[in-house]
Design a protein around this ligand. Sequence first.
Ligand SMILES: [Zn+2]
Length: 309
Amino acid sequence: MSAPIQRNQQPGWTRFRHGDFECTVVTDGLLHMGPPRDTFPHADPQEIDRLLADAYLPTETIELDQNLLIVNTGRQLVLFDTGVGINAELGVKTFGKLTGRALSSMRAAGIAPEQIDVIALTHAHPDHCWGLVDDDGNKLYPNARVCINRVDMEYWTDLGNIRDTMSEHMKDHFRGAHLNILAYRDVITFLADGDEVVPGITAHLTPGHSPGHMVYRIASQGRALLNWGDLCHHQILLLKRPNWAFKFDSDSAAAAVSRLRVLDWACGENMEILSYHFPFPGRGHLRRNADGYDWLPTRLELEAPEALS
Ligand SMILES: [Zn+2]
């Protein structure tokens, strides 16, 4: 008698210690971006296919994970970005049923949304801020304040920026940010370059992919972890070709300038990276070489982190 086919998977979270901080990464599920030549619009399609095939990656679609970092500093619980969320008219409609897993992943990791004190957004795109509210516009994180760059919030929540020539998906970018972020309008902290979010965590302005995109440096016990959001979407294509444009960049040239600057910074400080869209959990280091940068993933830890001292 053959054993039954299981058709299930382990819960979508993992945990590690970073200095005095306990970090948890939860997934909001896999995004299918469609054909690579559409996702990286100015690149040579043959070069895209070659780089993907050389890395044993599919050439017909770009797959991006959504890795939400939660940092427990011992005093506060900080969530970075929210995933595409559970709204039937926004996230689920646009990104499909593989997504919208953030809350269940979080609960499986023993974290209740009510416990989140701070939500630090890298930017206001769908896969980063549409998970702030439920279908009725109610807060999913009732005790959290939201940190974001002012330029990013003001741009994406202003429905006056919608143009008739935009696709419905692009119009939804504004509608979704408006619905989600403004639900927290009374508890928003605006962050500028270098601002502290909570002790040990600082925000750094990296405009381009979005007008006010921020990355977050998380420092404890002399170790630094850089949570870089959408600074770099792909572990092969944009590390080997950091000048390439990404489909949803607001300003691709500025995005490339920010990307090159942060890649250089991260290598110079030997920082560990937590990358939102790299293969789960998106944790690793960079190594510079003659052909851009290599991604060196950190081992997925299967042991519980040591007790905090
Ligand atoms: Zn993204």
